[in-house]
Ligand binder design. Sequence first.
Ligand code: SF4
Ligand code: SF4
Length: 313
Amino acid sequence: MEAKLKNDKSDELRMFFLNFYRFVFTDTKMIMALNITDRCNLKCTHCYWWREEHPPQLDDDAMIALMKEQRKAGKNIALLYGGEPGLRPKIIKAASELFEATVVYTNGMVGFPDIEVTWMVSLDGTREIHDSIRGKGVYDKVMKNIERDTFRKPVVHFTITRQNQHNIEDMLKMVSDNKRIRGIGFSFFTPEQGKHDNGLFIPLDERDKIVDELMELRKTYWRVMGFNKGTANQFRTTGAYSKWNSLEKCTVTKMVDCFNADGTPITCIYGNNADCSRCGCGGIAAYRGAFKSWSPMALFTAAAMVASKKKEA
Ligand code: SF4
Ligand code: SF4
């Protein structure tokens, strides 16, 4: 019995170092990004998703089979999104059992069930702005769910657009005062090639000024902000932005395999037509900001992300 425990421990340690090496030093694809449903329980004004027709999504068995296949192919981390992924709790649960880490991007309307995942809840602003985009009463409903579901604290994901660019500090105050929220991460709106951006996109030179503003706000709200010097540098046109804002150079194409809800592969979570030259993805900026600058915190985060929990694929 003791010998078995020792073997388990050394297997875990071996897996940990192997995963850590792959994550930090290689471009091995360790992440699966999966749209688990095209259905949604909201009709946000800025969203093209609910207006479009989509091919039938994979049923539960087929979707779980796809996840297992990806797990066997070496994926450690699953990013689940939609539509509204919370409408398929069975798939979320299956992912949490298969992968070392699962992150779910949700609108928060069905709450944050007791599943071992990181919940990223999209808020577009404080009550008035959020409701003007997502519908009357939506903000209060989401906040109520955050208060009610105490198993795991969600992280707020705030996509900065023309509609909410002046609401950043109010959002930071709200998150900072709410002990049920872990923190807040930022992206900028990414338009699609050849499509109207509905006036949401903020031109890159103007965006640079918002990046400065975020860094200024960080002096006060650093405890809750998932945005630091490294991230800022990745977004700045005068910084490292040109090193990744194309399909060929982007970390997504090197590290992530993305899939539609019908199981077909796509180039990026934002879709096949996302305009890389105007990308505002906070995840890529944060990842590159951390791992291209080699901060101790980045290495700690990498260690936490790849830590093996000894799961069966
Ligand atoms: S919650 Fe997301 S997918 Fe649903 S309508 Fe709003 S933006 Fe679109
Ligand atoms: S849209 Fe952004 S995240 Fe997606 S592939 Fe292009 S640069 Fe990368």
